[in-house]
Design a protein around this ligand. Structure first.
Ligand SMILES: *[C@@H]1O[C@H](CO)[C@@H](O)[C@H](O)[C@H]1NC(C)=O
Ligand SMILES: *[C@@H]1O[C@H](CO)[C@@H](O)[C@H](O)[C@H]1NC(C)=O
Ligand SMILES: *[C@@H]1O[C@H](CO)[C@@H](O)[C@H](O)[C@H]1NC(C)=O
Ligand SMILES: *[C@@H]1O[C@H](CO)[C@@H](O)[C@H](O)[C@H]1NC(C)=O
Length: 416
């Protein structure tokens, strides 16, 4: 009655004609609206007893409306200026291809290409749209340098340039049409022997790195999660997660027991040389290790062990569907520095890919300050995870100062 029905089924939209009755109701409504407004106008105009005051207030009203429109114009222009500033700061403007020194290959990559066979009937897509991180705009000179290569030729040996771009948020990268340098991978062991055999330096890529062999790497503290982590034979690496050194070190078998047999696939952030994935592999659990090549050939090394390295910065949304992992492990690599929202973005994404009742293992997370620990604790508590293990411990570092670490095993709740 008086309503408009939109029928999409056969592709046409039909409007039912209003009945006489509803027209009458509409007229009545219209009349009452007009009457109310007229009354308001009357009351407003004639409430003032003295005619000269009325004249004054008319003048004042026009003065006020002039002021208001001035203010509105000011607000409008400030908003525009603010938006422009924001664009400049965030680099949100799409890449300006008319600039000088833009590599030709970059232009070709970023142009939309119509599909050769026309519209794809399943996806409805008619053209291929290039995907490149919007932050690439901020490093457009580096990007152009990266994109200056010979199509069909060998790629320049410059992955450290690529990594620099990734660390500036320029991800995904647009280079596609050249052949990456191929390193002969001779002498690889079969799985699972490969998990603990160190490989020859020759099968790893050392370009752009300070160290040129494993021995050099093992003499260095690369980061909190990798102290001598390329030495699989000696040292602590082959005892990690199996023997505890401190109360913050949980054993893999204890954590797996908390998952009551349901842990089959896992995701490791800050996995060093892949040892966590290796020990999990021995327990028939498949683990993907996130890694960049920060000062060492992490990706190559993990792959030679027969494990899965995922070359991705933590600023990137994880390329996995929701609720897929049984376990996510994170360590100090989780400390993305800067503002607390960064950690929140990361935490939400971890939560997204972890299945309900899955385990989040926070392994020796270095709390730079008490404040940092509080922020992290508050954040975790907001997600409503069940604390299966929670240990705060101290460790004396090389300079004799005590550092605080948090280790926890948390279970994702079933949210409805
Ligand atoms: C209008 O403004 C004048 C001064 O500009 C003031 O004296 C007068 O009271 C105002 N009248 C009203 C109705 O606000
Ligand atoms: C493995 O690495 C260790 C330490 O880096 C070294 O002592 C050993 O000789 C290496 N073994 C092989 C087979 O390369
Ligand atoms: C892993 O799987 C293999 C083959 O199914 C089986 O023989 C082995 O006992 C399993 N290992 C563990 C630790 O469950
Ligand atoms: C040791 O810890 C202190 C305080 O946490 C820190 O300022 C210092 O940089 C650390 N030293 C090393 C070598 O890590």
């Amino acid at each position: 009655m008086g309503s408009v029905s939109l029928k999409i089924g056969d592709g046409t939209a039909r409007f039912r004609r209003a009945t006489l009755w509803s027209s009458a109701v509409n007229l009545l409504m219209l009349f009452s609206v007009i009457a109310t407004n007229l009354f308001a106008l009357y009351a407003f105009t004639y409430s003032s007893p003295k005619p000269h005051l009325l004249h004054d207030s008319h003048k004042n009203i026009s003065l006020i409306s002039e002021q208001v429109s001035l203010i509105l114009r000011e607000i409008d222009s400030s908003q525009k200026r603010l938006a422009q500033m924001e664009k400049e700061i965030l680099g949100f403007e799409s890449i300006d291809l008319s600039r000088p020194n833009i590599a030709h290959e970059l232009k070709i990559f970023l142009q939309n290409h119509p599909l050769p066979l026309g519209k794809d009937s399943r996806s409805g897509i008619t053209e291929m749209v290039a995907s490149v991180g919007h932050s690439c705009e901020k490093s457009v000179d580096l990007l152009s340098q990266y994109m200056s290569y010979k199509v069909n030729g060998p790629c320049p040996d410059d992955w450290s340039l690529a990594q620099k771009l990734i660390l500036r948020g320029c991800e995904p990268l647009p280079r596609r049409r050249c052949f990456a340098k191929a390193i002969p991978k001779v002498g690889l062991y079969s799985f699972p022997i490969s998990l603990w055999k160190n490989v020859s330096d020759k099968v790893l890529s050392w370009s752009g790195l300070g160290c040129k062999n494993l021995e050099c790497l093992n003499g260095k503290k690369l980061n909190k999660d990798c102290v001598g982590c390329f030495d699989l034979a000696n040292g602590y690496e082959n005892q990690r997660y199996v023997k505890a050194r401190r109360k913050n070190d949980f054993l893999i078998d204890d954590v797996l027991a908390l998952g009551s047999g349901g842990i089959r696939i896992g995701f490791d952030l800050g996995g060093g040389s892949g040892t966590f994935a290796a020990i999990m592999a021995e327990r028939n659990v498949t683990v993907v290790t996130v890694t960049l090549n920060m000062d060492a050939p992490f990706s190559d090394f993990i792959a030679t062990r027969g494990l899965f390295p995922l070359y991705l910065s933590l600023d990137h949304r994880f390329p996995f569907y929701d609720n897929v992992f049984d376990l996510v492990r994170a360590s100090s690599g989780l400390d993305v520095g800067g503002r607390p929202e960064k950690l929140e973005f990361l935490m939400f994404d971890i939560d997204r890919i972890l299945r309900a009742s899955g385990l989040f293992w926070l392994d020796n997370y270095y709390c730079v300050s008490d404040e940092k620990k509080r922020v992290l604790t508050r954040l975790i508590e907001r997600f409503g995870y069940k604390k299966l293990k929670w240990v705060v411990g101290e460790k004396v570092n090389e300079s004799g100062k005590s550092e605080v670490y948090l280790s926890a095993v948390l279970q994702k709740p079933v949210r409805v």
